[in-house]
Design a protein around this ligand. Structure first.
Ligand code: ADP
Ligand code: GN1
Ligand code: MG
Length: 373
């Protein structure tokens, strides 16, 4: 069982990764991820140097097979490391480095069955929780596009599917319908308007998966969780530096990566903003990301993919909304929540954005058309 109190085992995990002659100066919770438990460790080495690490307890309720997940992460980072080196880059900063346990393994299972992993902390980097300038967002787009391009020849058969049907919106819709049927009635009453909004859009849920099945969209190796806080920026140059959170790197559609970035970064409000008047799609940010993503993919996207970028944005936003709402209706077991009705607030921002995308559909398409050919 994956429980919150299991972090009591953190010292056991630290001892599995860090040798006795390193002095632990500090450990603290870190970052704003919704899924794993992330800690920053500061150590003093025997040479009296400070070294930082990111220690994470992987959420094994969500990722059912953490050893397979770590196999993916090691394969992908080893592959990226070689390409980055061959291009004259610095792999220590431009991709994650998985630290081994003292026994030489890529992960550790503690006595309460929690799975842990450790990464070198990327120094002089920063993580943005919200877009602060068009340039930041453009840079993140180039980096996510480039990430996909770098993995274009990665041997797909080596990747495990860490969460099956992760961005299969039609299958997410079915899960959502089940959540509505089994919902806590008080919560369902609070979310009536949102439930109707979600059910009304059933028809569109299979648009992308149908095109994939018909062979009209190519399956690629994609990141699948391209929100802005899954990229580190160089604190000195403010350039996009390293794509992190590789837990869901799997075969997918380019539209998933494009769409998920838009839903998080091109919104004028935070993902959990409660004042919905502050939430809309910023067309300038949409344009900056579209331009950057196409540049990062460097001509590898097909005309069909480009044509469907608006649909990718809308469906990823809608999908995230129904996932938040389903979690709210069934008791908040998936996404970490920090206040009452947090997941409902999150679902509301996603649906507000979907509605705004629908209202601005012609403008969005015009922007994408501008960058076609
Ligand atoms: P989650 O899956 O819960 O979102 P992430 O892997 O995204 O977890 O990590 C959470 C946060 O920790 C990130 O948003 C980032 O701020 C920070 N982080 C993760 N890995 C590193 C790293 N190697 N160096 C520096 N910061 C990191
Ligand atoms: C989760 O792990 P994190 O916080 O980067 C989730 C994404 C959602 C996102 C919403 C494995 O991402 O799918 O889009 O929250 N990750 C997983 O903020 O479910
Ligand atoms: Mg993350």
């Amino acid at each position: 069982m994956y429980t919150n109190s299991a972090c009591a085992k953190i010292n056991e995990a630290i001892a599995a990764f860090i040798a006795d002659n390193n002095h632990l100066i500090e450990k603290k919770t870190y970052g704003n991820g919704h899924i794993n438990d992330t800690f920053l460790l500061r150590c003093n080495t025997p040479e009296n140097q400070e070294k930082k690490y990111i220690l994470q307890r992987m959420n094994h309720d969500i990722f059912k097979n953490p050893p397979q997940l770590m196999e993916n992460v090691v394969h992908v980072t080893t592959y990226l490391r070689k390409i980055i080196l061959s291009q004259g880059g610095n792999p220590e900063r431009e991709t994650l480095h998985v630290c081994k346990t003292l026994d030489g393994a890529n992960w550790y299972q503690d006595s309460a069955h929690n799975y842990w992993r450790m990464f070198s902390f990327i120094e002089r980097s920063m993580c943005l929780e919200k877009v602060e300038s068009e340039k930041d967002f453009y840079d993140s787009a180039v980096a996510f596009g480039n990430f996909q391009k770098l993995l274009a020849d990665f041997p797909v058969q080596m990747l495990h599917e860490t969460i099956p049907n992760f961005h299969n919106t039609a299958s997410r819709f079915q899960d959502f319908q089940k959540a509505v049927q089994t919902a806590n009635s008080a919560r369902a009453a609070l979310a009536q308007k949102e439930i109707v909004f979600a059910l009304d859009r059933k028809k569109e849920t299979s648009v992308l998966t149908d095109l994939l099945a018909e062979g009209k969209l190519p399956l690629r190796v994609t990141h699948n969780d391209t929100k802005l806080n899954n990229i580190l920026f160089d604190a000195d140059t403010r350039k996009a530096l390293c794509i992190i959170d590789l837990d869901t790197v799997m075969p997918g559609l380019s539209l998933y990566d494009f769409g998920d970035s838009i839903r998080f970064g091109a919104s004028t409000g935070a993902e959990d903003e409660t004042d919905l008047s502050k939430v809309e799609l910023d067309l300038s940010l949409f344009e900056a990301f579209t331009k950057g993503y196409l540049e990062g993919c460097a001509g590898s996207l097909t005309q069909k993919e480009i044509e469907l970028l608006p649909m990718g944005a809308k469906l990823m936003t809608y999908e995230c909304g129904i996932r938040f709402l389903a979690d709210f209706l069934t008791g908040d077991h998936y996404f970490k929540v920090h206040r009452e009705h947090h997941n409902l607030d999150r679902a509301r921002t996603q649906f507000k954005l979907v509605a705004d995308m629908e209202a601005k559909w012609n403008e969005i398409q015009a922007i994408v058309n501008k960058y076609r050919n």
